[in-house]
Design a protein around this ligand. Structure first.
Ligand code: DQA
Length: 147
């Protein structure tokens, strides 16, 4: 079994993108840390990023079919995407939604995530550590039947 970390639009720019908001770590830095942390528990991590909404839909469907959990930062699509919401619901994917920034402390249009209602839980505002906390949530508060 694997944990799938899925990242949406503009997260490939982490490290240089608005560092005052998102920090200076790159997505590769976060990946390295998560792979190491999960490895200690013999959990495999796949780490992907796409700027295309449909890629996220497909990857969520695949994870749902495989019965494997997802850590999802859908970026701006979190606020807009009915397609990603439907993918989570329709595939019964076990999704922990993450955001680096505290979306509730930012512009009004970021306060609501369309995905949160279908997520198992949501972790926001801890910078790149939001991902580590999501992994911990999966490892220490798993759903029955998941390994
Ligand atoms: C984000 C928050 C979103 O509002 C924004 O569009 C992003 C990143 C975050 O991780 O803080 O791209 O998801």
């Amino acid at each position: 079994k694997a944990v799938h970390v899925l990242n949406g639009p503009n997260l490939n720019l982490l490290g240089t993108r608005e560092p005052e908001v998102y920090g200076r770590e790159t997505l590769a830095d976060i990946e390295t840390r998560l792979v190491a942390a999960a490895g200690k528990f013999n959990v495999r991590v796949t780490f992907r990023q796409s700027n295309q909404e449909g890629d996220l839909v497909t990857w969520i469907q695949e994870a749902g079919r495989a019965g494997e959990p997802v850590i999802l930062n859908a970026g701006a699509y979190s606020h807009t995407s009915i397609a990603i919401l439907d993918a989570i619901k329709g595939s019964n994917a076990h999704v922990i939604e993450v955001h680096l920034s505290n979306i509730h402390a930012r512009e009004q249009f970021r306060h609501h995530s369309r995905l949160s209602a279908a997520a198992r839980g949501v972790i926001v505002g801890f910078g790149s550590r939001s991902y580590d906390l999501a992994l911990q949530a999966l490892l220490f508060a798993p759903v029955t039947g998941e390994s």
